[in-house]
Design a protein. Structure first.
Length: 542
């Protein structure tokens, strides 16, 4: 009986299988009648390319991404497999060797773009044989391995972009990886060269056709078997022979000798759009004296003081000023200054276009500052004695040297009172300012300066002038209106006369923003008598 029963079940299963096969056949015929099936392979492949950009595969998460189109139907799979360029973009975090191997095989001889984070030695050994047709190679969080040695020692005739990031925990030197040359001296198409956390002799860097050069490391670039003078000469030779550079970033890798040389060499970089330098103020100042740049070049400087007695850091300011005045003057429309005594630093960001902070988002994100600013300058004093007198002195020099007379947006941030600054004199030339952002108790003097100071002429007549005559918006952050000032008045009692006198001069504010400030509701509501619109986030005390 069991045999007869099993035979009957098996017969039905066969019929079900046949029915399923017939359904698949009918679905396949139906699919061929759909408009998408009538697309030419070239157009379908183009669609796959757009899909690949929108949804790349995540091999470490076992997500196929765009590769899922190869599982839709035979036609789509055939089109995808026949387009080798679809498989030429290989990336991801810790990608699996099996996936990378498949991609390399299907890419065949197409120009490869490889961008991988923490690739294994096995994967590097797969990449090495394909270096002849790699156009972009970006490897991050690397630890020294034989695979890197092989890649850096081979000819790279198609390579246009090269970026290598060594793990911060394991910085190293490329001399140990590639002998005396990179890519066997054969990388004629190289346009972008970036190294992070790697020490490298300047002579190894390919030159001639470079457009973007970035060497950023927390270690010195000096190698024990390179004399100090040769280290500097190699850098100068590299820059002189890279006249087409558009982006140059050298952070904490400048030669030691730069601190001890005078300007003896002129280096012309007429096409440079962005210059980023990090290191001691003396080194950066010496290099700026050598460089001849268009005034349109954006400067991003991170200067660390090394002199605790004379504070020579201000000597870099005339160079910055001269840069933005010659040959075509640059006019800043937005200016942000942050002074922090506790961290012993001053940050400056200047823009050629007005910033538009809102009441809900009064601050400008740091990510926006570095991307759009024409100038970012950080003066870090480390263990140097950095008090309010130093802050005030540097602020005066900045305001007198930088082109800020046509500012429309001004932002000052300081947690410490800067009593010795005459804010009115500092910014009296900035008559076009429409928005001021004041953050921290160190800006109280700036708020006081908003009131029209009384002036008596020779006839004894009392007249008034109004600072920032076009000011319409004032954005306040991190202030305590209830705290007592040195004159035994509260900030509120000091600020009310400021608003009143501006209103009497017919220059009342349109908008007053109060964010993360300590103020009682009564005070906040009373401010509405002097300003058209008060936007308060509701933080209160008492």
């Amino acid at each position: 009986m069991l045999t007869v029963h099993d035979a009957a079940v098996s017969s039905i299963d066969k019929e079900i299988g046949a029915a399923r096969q017939h359904i698949r056949f009918l679905l396949s015929r139906r699919n061929t009648l759909m408009p998408v099936s009538a697309l030419p392979p070239e157009l379908l492949s183009r669609i796959f390319h757009h899909h690949a950009l929108q949804e790349p595969p995540c091999f470490h998460k076992q997500k196929l991404g765009w590769i899922g189109v190869t599982h839709v139907c035979r036609h789509w799979r055939h089109v995808a497999l026949n387009d080798s360029s679809l498989w030429a973009r290989i990336g991801g975090v810790s990608p699996r060797a099996r996936w990378v191997s498949k991609m390399l095989v299907r890419a065949r001889n197409a120009l490869l773009a490889i961008d991988m984070d923490m690739p294994s030695p096995e994967i590097l050994s797969m990449v090495s044989p394909h270096i002849s047709h790699i156009r972009e190679l970006r490897l991050s969080n690397m630890i020294h391995s034989q695979g890197i040695q092989d890649i850096c020692s081979l000819k790279a005739p198609a390579l246009e972009h090269f970026e290598l990031r060594i793990s911060v925990a394991a910085p190293g030197t490329i001399r140990q990886l590639a002998g005396t040359t990179l890519f066997n001296g054969q990388a004629p198409k190289l346009r972008t060269f970036s190294l992070y956390q790697i020490s490298i002799p300047w002579s190894l860097i390919p030159r001639g056709q470079l457009l973007r050069l970035k060497i950023n490391t927390s270690r010195g670039i000096y190698h024990p078997d390179i004399p100090l003078s040769n280290d500097l000469n190699q850098l100068i030779d590299l820059l002189i022979n890279s006249p087409d550079l558009e982006v140059l970033s050298l952070k904490f890798c400048l030669p030691t000798m730069l601190s001890h040389v005078s300007c003896q060499q002129s280096i012309y970089l007429p096409h440079l759009l962005r210059l980023s330098l990090g290191g001691s103020t003396a080194k950066i100042t010496s290099l700026l004296k050598m460089l001849k740049l268009p005034s349109s070049t954006s400067l991003h400087l991170q200067c660390i003081s090394e002199n605790s007695s004379t504070h020579p850091d201000h000597l870099i300011l005339p160079l910055i000023s001269a840069h933005f005045h010659n040959p075509t003057p640059v006019e800043f429309k937005s200016f942000k200054v942050t002074a922090n005594c506790l961290k012993r630093l001053i940050d400056v960001a200047a823009f050629i276009s007005p910033l538009t902070p809102t009441i809900d988002r009064p601050s400008v994100p740091d990510s926006d500052i570095d991307g759009t600013a024409k100038l970012t300058l950080r003066l870090s004093f480390g263990g140097v004695d950095f008090g309010v007198s130093t802050q005030a002195d540097i602020l005066r020099r900045m305001c007198s040297l930088l082109p800020i007379s046509n500012l429309e947006f001004l932002s000052i941030s300081s947690d410490d009172l800067i009593q010795s600054v005459n804010w009115y004199e500092l910014f009296q030339q900035c008559i076009n300012v429409t928005t001021i952002q004041a953050k921290g108790r160190g800006t109280i003097g700036l708020l006081q300066a908003l009131a029209p100071p009384k002036v008596t002429d020779t006839a004894g007549t009392c007249a008034t002038t109004t600072p920032f005559p076009k000011l319409t918006s004032l954005l306040l952050e991190d202030l305590n209106f209830n705290t007592e000032m040195p004159s035994s008045d509260t900030l509120y009692s000091i600020f009310i006369p400021v608003l009143l006198r501006r209103k009497m001069n017919r220059m009342a504010l349109n908008v007053l923003g109060i964010k993360r400030c300590v103020i009682v509701s009564q005070y906040a509501n009373s401010l509405k008598r002097y300003v058209q619109e008060v936007c308060w986030d509701g933080n209160k005390s008492g």
